[in-house]
Design a protein. Structure first.
Length: 502
């Protein structure tokens, strides 16, 4: 189902919509509302008081009325209190509640009284971008395998303007549509079951995106992966009949002497834990263990359209982690791409093995000025931060600050966790250079996983984002449904690359 945006300078109630929605701050002044709205519903103030509606954050009030011989809905969406400004996140969630209301009452035409951008301390372009991004995110529902009723109509959203810059809004809407659709691509891949989205299929999706958007694309098969000495990726994949893949996407800017940055995304399309097998309950959602890889591919699709003045290399190692007679065994020792040996004490600590090879390959062959990886890496991070913050690790302060800024702008919160020298011996091993799980004395499982990855980045500035808690089945947020993929990381990666290009 598509969403079509149009801009209108008409009076609020003259656009032939099914829903007329406007945003109100907490304890709003009724006298400042649309005069035509008050004429249509003169007892609005009394009705709001009866319904205890004052514009509080996360509150809505819907009023069915007859307008021009048609049943329509007036919808007031609360933005909460205004201090110096209203948080843009309040706008995102209020808009998402409006779209959900439309889905609930099964209508397709919305007239949205667009608030002024300075209410949120942003530009008209940013407001347009957020509007389109959130509308697309909220409209997405994973129903690929459900019987379709058919005849679904596109959603029409009319933005009723005040003193807005039309050109800036239109540019923002176009950008937001690119971002929203890319997020939904990532969500769809993560939501697809593992018998449908195998390593070769996700690699094919990346190849198709590269073809459509003029990206460079190289895909190594299992034979090539073994020839290159990627022992971590090969070991993780050894238990599955589905061959692993190593995907490289390249965006090249026309700008001369531009810097190169690198993104790496974990792509375990199904994780049973291998021979260190998970309890059955813990396996039910393990199709989502490729959320980092999905985010990287989706972000590259968007960035190819934005064309930032920075070169971008993206690497996505893809595999299944399954038990079999030829699977990697606890106690096995493998040699990674950079020559380091690793004792695999637990086959369920597999993500760091495939990421280690990917980071080492990028560091040696591309030498970017910055590497940033995303991975559903540890349950420890999930327990530490819960479902609303991704765990950020790194030792380069300039990279950390750039990621934190991009995350704040994108609306994808991160929280920095420690990665200090005291933890460096956590992965020491008596029989190999490293162990893939930490000495229990160090605890801090999310940090020790990051310590392992740090061994593969050489001296290149690097940061790691653990999205184990934020990628799937988070508590319901209006634009992110419970029990489904969130698409986390896509907005952050896009914003990070765009900020870097500046």
């Amino acid at each position: 189902m598509a969403i079509n945006f149009s801009l209108s300078g008409k009076q609020f109630l003259q656009d032939g919509a099914d829903v007329y929605a406007l945003f109100v701050e907490q304890d709003f002044d009724f006298k400042k509302l649309s005069s035509e709205l008050l004429a249509l519903f003169p007892h609005l103030e009394t009705y709001c008081k009866e319904q205890d509606f004052s514009g509080k954050e996360q509150s809505n009030l819907s009023i069915p009325v007859m307008h021009e011989q048609k049943l329509v809905y007036i919808l007031l969406a609360g933005l909460g209190k205004k201090e110096k400004k209203v948080d843009i996140e309040n706008y995102r969630r209020a808009l998402a509640r409006i779209v959900r209301f439309m889905q609930r009452v099964k209508v397709n035409n919305l007239a949205l009284h667009l608030p002024l951008a300075n209410l949120f301390g942003v530009t008209d372009q940013v407001l347009g971008q957020e509007t389109a991004t959130i509308a697309h995110m909220t409209d997405y529902i994973f129903d690929t395998f459900k019987e379709q009723e058919g005849g679904e109509k596109d959603i029409e959203i009319i933005l009723v303007l005040q003193k807005h810059n039309r050109a800036a809004l239109q540019k923002g809407i176009k950008n937001g549509e690119i971002i929203g659709n890319s997020i939904n691509d990532a969500r769809e891949w993560v939501n697809l079951p593992a018998n449908v989205l195998r390593p070769d299929e996700l690699a094919s999706q990346a190849k198709q995106i590269a073809k459509e958007h003029d990206l460079g694309c190289t895909i190594f098969n299992e034979k090539k992966i073994n020839e290159l000495g990627m022992g971590g990726l090969a070991a993780v994949s050894s238990g599955s009949e589905q061959e692993c893949r190593f995907v490289i996407l390249e965006y090249k800017t026309d700008k001369k002497n531009a810097q190169t940055i690198g993104f790496v995304g974990k792509g375990i399309t199904y994780d049973s834990g291998g021979l260190s097998i998970k309890p059955s309950k813990s396996m039910e959602t393990m199709k989502e263990d490729m959320a980092g890889g999905a985010a990287v591919i989706a972000a590259m699709k968007a960035l190819a359209q934005f064309k930032p003045a920075v070169n971008i290399i993206a690497i996505i190692p893809l595999a299944e982690n399954l038990p079999s007679g030829v699977a990697a065994k606890p106690g096995d020792i493998v040699r990674m791409y950079n020559g380091k040996t690793v004792e695999i004490k637990n086959t369920d600590a597999e993500g760091r093995l495939i990421l280690g090879d990917a980071l080492a390959y990028m560091a040696k062959n591309y030498k970017p000025v910055m590497m940033f990886d995303l991975a559903t890496l540890t349950g420890a991070c999930q327990h530490a931060l819960g479902p609303f913050f991704s765990g950020l690790f790194g030792v380069d302060e300039s990279i950390i600050k750039k990621v934190e800024k991009a995350a704040q702008i994108a609306g994808e919160p991160v929280w920095r966790l420690p990665l200090t020298k005291d933890y460096e011996k956590a992965m020491d091993c008596p029989v190999a250079d490293l162990c893939n799980i930490a000495n229990p004395k160090f605890m801090a499982g999310a940090t020790t996983a990051a310590v392992f990855l740090k061994n593969f980045v050489n001296d290149i500035p690097w940061a790691h984002l653990d999205i184990a808690g934020t990628s799937f089945n988070v508590p319901d947020i209006p634009y992110q449904r419970a029990e489904m993929a969130t698409g986390v990381g896509v907005r952050l990666l896009i914003e990070l690359a765009l900020q870097w290009a500046k």
